[in-house]
Structure formats: C-alpha cells, structure tokens
Write a protein that binds this ligand. Structure first.
Ligand code: HEM
Length: 520
C-alpha cells in the first residue's frame, strides 16, 4: 500500500513538475520572448511541434501553413518559437545580406542538410567564405563556358536516348533523363569521371530513387535537433537498421572517399599553378587551403553536396519547363520561331554563344525558375551583427528583428506574389519580357553570400538542353502529316509538376510518375 502511494506520488510530482515547466516555457515564449511582438498563431510561438506535425508527420506540408499565416497575419510572421518568416520581395536584400554584411546559417536547417563540413552546411559566415572562395573560380561564367565540350558531348547522348525511345515506342520519363544528364555533367566536372548514367540502359534509376528517399529525411533531421547526433553515435549497422533512409548516404560516403583518395594521389606531386581541370583536383592543389580543409571526410561532404545540388535541381526545373512548353502550343511556337532564326540548321548542335541572349528563351527559363524553384525549403539566414528593421507598409507597424534571430524566406511562396506576378499560377514567359527587372525578385538561386554556387552551370544546362530539344522536336499534332521528329505529353498533367510537398526539394502529388513523353 505504502509502495503504491509512494509511486503514485512520484508520478504525480513528475507530471506536475513537467506541466509547470511547459506552462512557464509557453508563457515565456508567448509574452516575454524577444519575438513575442511578432504576429502569428500562438501554437507556433509556443512549440516547434506545430511545424513537426506538418513537416514530419504529414510530410512537407508546413510550407502551406506558412502561406496561410502570411495571408492572415501579413508579410512577417513567427512560424516557430525561435524563427521568423518573411514574404515580402522587397526585403530579400535585408534577409540575405548585401556586400559586407555577414549572414550565418540557422543550426537546425544545416542539421537537416547533414553536411556541416560542406560550404552549404557551414553556420558561421567567415568560415563559409573561406570554404567557398576556392570553389568560386570553378563556377565563374568563364569557367562554365570552358565546360561547353562536356555539355555538348553529354547533350548528344540525350538526343541519342530520345531517338532510341522513338524506336521503342515506349514513353520516356523526362525527370530521370534530365537527372541522368545533369549528374553526368557535374560528376565529370568534379572528378574528371562521369557517372555515365546516360550510357546505362536504366539511366541509373535506382541511384536517383535512393536519392529521393534520402531527402525525405530532411525534416526529421532539421526538426529533431538530437537525431543527427544519435545516428552518428550508434554503431553503423544499428543506425542503418533503425534509419534505413541513411543506407544510400552511407554507400555514397564510402564510394566518394575512394574517389577523393584517388584525386589526392593524382594531385600529390603537382604544385599550384594554372587552374586544374576539375573542381576537386583544383581544391586539392590549392596551396593556401589548411590541411584540415583538405581532409577526406570534409571533402566527401562537399562532393556529396555538389553532386546532389548539381543534379536534381536543374533536372526538376527542366522537366517542369518541358511540361509547360508541350502543354501550351502558343508558347512553344514563339520559342521555336526564335530558335529557328538563331540556329538555322536543325542538324547543328546549338552553341551557348548562339542562345544565351535569346529574349524569349530567357523569359521561358526565368518563368520556369519562378514557378518551379527546385529548392523549395525555407532559406533561413541569421544576421549576427545587426538588428534588422522592417516596416509593414499596409499596417504601418514597425518591427525590430533582434540580431541573431533566424529569418527565413521560401522561394515557392515568394514567387506566387500576386502583385509582382498577376495570375501567379499561369506559366506566362511574357511577364519577364514586359518587365525584365522582375528577375531581381527571384529567390530560386537564393541571394547574398550564400547564393547558389552552380548558378552559371545551371543556366548553361537549362539554355542548352531546352534550345537543343525544342529546336529539333515539334509538338505532335496527330495530323499524320508531320515529317519532323515530335514530342507529346503522355498521361501527364499539371499536378505532375506542381509542388505539393516541400521535402527540401519539391515533390508533386503522391503516386505521380512525373513528366512522361511519347517521342516520334
Ligand atoms: C535550377 C537549378 C538550381 C537551383 C534552383 C539551385 C538553388 C540553390 C539554392 C536556393 C541554394 C541556397 C540553399 C541554402 O539556402 O542553403 C543553392 C546553393 C547551392 N547550390 Fe544550387 N541550385 C541549382 C543548381 C545548382 C548546380 C547545377 C550546382 C552545381 C554545382 C549547385 C550547387 C550549389 C551549392 C554548392 C550550393 C551551396 C552554396 C553555399 O552555401 O555557398 N546548384 N542552390
């Protein structure tokens, strides 16, 4: 009897203490936190479990809750106890920082990326700068222009695959074809060894499926702060059993470690001089890079990011643009007219110098990036040195965002701004022709010192592949009179390209087979 009452008392005491603790924390967050003055739902201010429910349990749906919050509370909202979110295109520079302004990353976002040693996962501004600096020359406009032979060689294989598909009569999944292409290019540029996905019968589909499964862990890792530490602390076999989504990562780390070691041996005798021909030969022969920065595990993390960021992003935007062009014959006609003038001989491969200034192609690419930013997660930044000031012009309210506060912006939300982009869900390249300065408001490649490293490569791939495919192929019209090669959408609708779930990268409705085409 005594035992029961003592145990019951202990349980009651524990529950009481817990309830008191939760009440005090909730009370503090609601009324005394420096972020208490910011609008937003109380539940989001009290607990991060609100985000956890939508992002982890429901799988990438918090983005739509945040959109609703903005509709209800205005352009600045508190979306977690410690995080603000902005949806004002005129405030991009303040959040992402202009020259000379330091911007850190938010710890939990980088946890989700799982690569604290890579530039993208580096929290402090200054360390990020030093990691990014030796990679910048390899992704400058001139360096990417020098890559044209690799791009051309790879694109020839794409045309070969499309021709092969025409013979088979089977539909082709364009996301996979584009991912195989961009992955071949970035792997070739990183190490001088292409993944050769385009030479494989299955286009290396299992690798890309594994990648898609892996990114689904992003929200778990970024909302449960201790999860990455737990996974690292467990024996590998136990971790893989409990968290099967890490299997692909473990395999990739092993393979990339071997590749990096090979590059190390190849660069050992070389001294710094002219630019190396691949990114990693370059990094490893940079004399003033500390040895710790050249350690294999850190370089493996950098390589994982370059390979992932350089693959699915561009492929996703390419697939979406392909859909819109084939679903909108008027838009495709305008593009084709421009391409026919710029590239008179249909048998010749387009060269970047022929196409990189074409106005309509540029508008198509910008509109594709606007409507389908291939990085859909909240881009959080922290200003460590300065308070930020925000005036809500509609309500006249003035806010001071204390220094050190994570503030996020989300490209797919910003790009649906109805004032900048009337009928935002319509694919309308003309809006960029009418107002070319609209590109100032694009957040698709991020901004500031953490802007996408691969932006010039991504543009070259987008221009070259779209120009090459749509110069050659017409839209199938069913007349039976067409003599040119043609493309037709196969069982593909708008909901196969529109974002439904934000899992770091955008995913369409469940069960979607992506953009599929019949090639004739
Ligand atoms: C349409 C294509 C692409 C889009 C929309 C895109 C978008 C982005 C965005 C939004 C970020 C910032 C992410 C953050 O806040 O942490 C980023 C960073 C990055 N991207 Fe891209 N990207 C694309 C293509 C590429 C390509 C082809 C590469 C190839 C190297 C690449 C490499 C990177 C790297 C390394 C970073 C990290 C930069 C840093 O933190 O300093 N991306 N990208």
């Amino acid at each position: 009897m005594d035992f029961i009452s003592t145990s019951t008392e202990k349980i009651l005491l524990t529950v009481g203490c817990l309830a008191a603790y939760i009440t005090v924390v909730a009370f503090y967050r609601l009324y005394f936190s420096p972020l208490a003055v910011f609008p937003g739902p109380k539940i989001a201010a009290i607990t991060s479990l609100y985000q956890f429910y939508f992002d982890v349990i429901r799988g990438g749906e918090y983005i739509w809750q945040v959109e609703e919050m903005h509709k209800r509370y205005g352009p600045i909202v508190r979306i977690r106890p410690d995080v603000l979110h902005m949806n004002d295109p005129d405030y991009i520079d303040q959040v992402f920082g202009t020259a000379g302004k330091r911007r850190d990353k938010y710890k939990l976002t980088t946890n989700g990326l799982g690569t604290l040693g890579a530039a993208i996962g580096t929290i402090p501004h200054d360390l990020h700068r030093s990691r990014r600096a030796p990679m910048n020359p390899y992704f400058s406009k001139q360096s990417i222009q020098r890559l044209e032979p690799i791009l051309q060689r790879t694109f020839k294989k794409v045309l070969g695959r499309l021709a092969q598909q025409a013979e088979s009569g089977e539909p082709i999944g364009m996301h996979l074809l584009y991912a195989a292409t961009t992955s071949d290019i970035i792997s070739d540029y990183c190490f001088g060894q292409s993944s050769n996905n385009l030479d494989r019968e299955d286009l290396n589909a299992p690798y890309f499926d594994e990648f898609a499964e892996g990114v689904k862990a992003y929200h778990q890792m970024s909302t449960i702060s201790w999860l990455p530490l737990l996974i690292q602390a467990l024996p590998l076999s136990v971790a893989m059993f409990l968290f099967p989504m890490i299997k692909g990562v473990v395999k990739e780390i092993k393979e990339l470690s071997v590749v990096i070691e090979e590059v190390k041996i190849a660069t050992a005798e070389k001294t710094e001089g002219k630019m190396a021909s691949t990114v990693f030969h370059g990094l490893l022969s940079t004399a003033n890079l500390p040895e710790s920065e050249k350690a294999t595990p850190r370089l493996v993390e950098e390589a994982r990011i370059l390979l992932a960021a350089g693959t699915d992003t561009t492929a996703n935007t390419l697939a979406a643009i392909t859909y819109h062009l084939l679903a909108n014959p008027d838009i495709l006609k305008k593009l084709k007219d421009e391409l026919v003038t710029a590239i008179p001989d249909v048998r010749s491969m387009p060269e970047l110098s022929q196409i990189d200034n074409l106005p309509y192609l540029t508008a198509v690419v910008q509109e594709g990036l606007r409507l389908h930013p291939s990085v859909s997660f909240r881009q959080d930044r922290v200003a460590p040195d300065e308070d930020l000031f925000y005036d809500d012009v509609k309500t006249g309210k003035k806010y001071i965002i204390p220094k050190g506060t994570p503030v996020g912006m989300t490209a797919p939300l910003l790009s649906r701004n109805e004032v900048l982009y009337p009928s935002p869900m319509t694919f309308d390249p003309d809006r960029f022709l009418k107002n070319p300065r609209l590109d100032r408001y694009q957040l698709s490649f991020s901004r500031g010192s953490r802007r996408c490293l691969g932006i010039n490569l991504a543009y070259s791939e987008l221009y070259l592949i779209l120009a090459g495919i749509f110069r050659k192929y017409d839209l199938f019209d069913g007349s039976g009179k067409q003599t040119n090669s043609t493309l037709e959408l196969f069982e593909t609708g708008r909901d196969d390209v529109d974002i439904k779930y934000d899992l770091l990268i955008p995913f369409p409705k469940k069960g979607s087979l992506g953009v599929r085409l019949k090639v004739r």
